[in-house]
Design a binder for this molecule. Sequence first.
Ligand code: PGA
Length: 260
Amino acid sequence: MSGSTVRRVPIIAGNWKMNLGPTEARDFAASILADLGSLPSVERVLCPPAISIPAVHAVTSGSDLRLGAQNMYFEEKGAYTGEISPLMLQGLCEYVILGHSERRGYFGETDELVNRKALSAFAHRLRPIVCVGERLEDRDANLTERVITTQVQGSLAGLPAERLGELVVAYEPIWAIGTGRAATAQDAADVVAIIRALLVEMYGAVAAGQVRVQYGGSVTAANIAEFAANPDIDGALVGGASLKPEFVEIVRKTAAVKGA
Ligand code: PGA
């Protein structure tokens, strides 16, 4: 099933990673807000570092610019030094990125941990943006489908099917992140189709058809139109380019290609 018959609102999320402290983040968010204006056909999400979330919230609240965290722990509170809980994000963020390949790679996050976090996000009314993606070695060895299958089945097990429209999956091939070497739109669409087929197996066609699946990895204003033109790709998770005014252009181009 292509999933293209279901109307899904495209979503462009900016993952600022470990950049922009509270003051810089507030000023940058204010400039994006002023430049973007209202654009109801594309959902826009900013994901600042945790410490900058309240400062960004102060300038974006009441607007249609949404906020997301880059990570969280699954417990509500307790002796977990350095962690951020879902309760702390509630009221500030609507989204939370989970299982980004940098979390998986540098901080040892497993599919099981990502799954516990995703379940916790649903339990706390936060919308997870769950990242999956293969390494270059996997792709070269024709293991992409196997790797994606393991990640999707492991990270996305046991979610409430009736609320699957709250889930966003970001397909981010690791070799494309921060390298300037984006996947082709066709390669991305092929893996997005695998992801959606897995979701159909796990949750049925109706629920799976509501999940938005983004592409991420070296998305720029120059290549976003190719991804957006594919009806099965529901937007993008943007890293480097989300730290520049280019982010506004990426959102505008998505709106122009996807239509109102
Ligand atoms: P990039 O990062 O756009 O800088 O490649 C994407 C991401 O890691 O989400």
